[in-house]
Design a protein around this ligand. Structure first.
Ligand SMILES: [Zn+2]
Ligand SMILES: [Zn+2]
Ligand SMILES: [Zn+2]
Length: 50
């Protein structure tokens, strides 16, 4: 559980399936919904957009 959101079975992969992004050591293998707060994160999937 990374985002704290409730989710249905259709969103299961989005919240639980590890993404092997590999470019940022903080967010590698975290699910898609994880937001990386690292200031210099280079990951397209997890980079925090806020
Ligand atoms: Zn989630
Ligand atoms: Zn990432
Ligand atoms: Zn990152």
């Amino acid at each position: 559980m990374y985002c704290g959101e409730r989710y249905g079975p259709d969103e299961l992969a989005h919240h639980t399936e590890p993404v092997h992004c590999g470019r940022c050591i903080t967010c590698v293998d975290k699910p898609e919904c994880f937001s990386c707060r690292l200031m210099y994160c280079v990951c397209d999937v997890h980079r925090y957009r806020g």
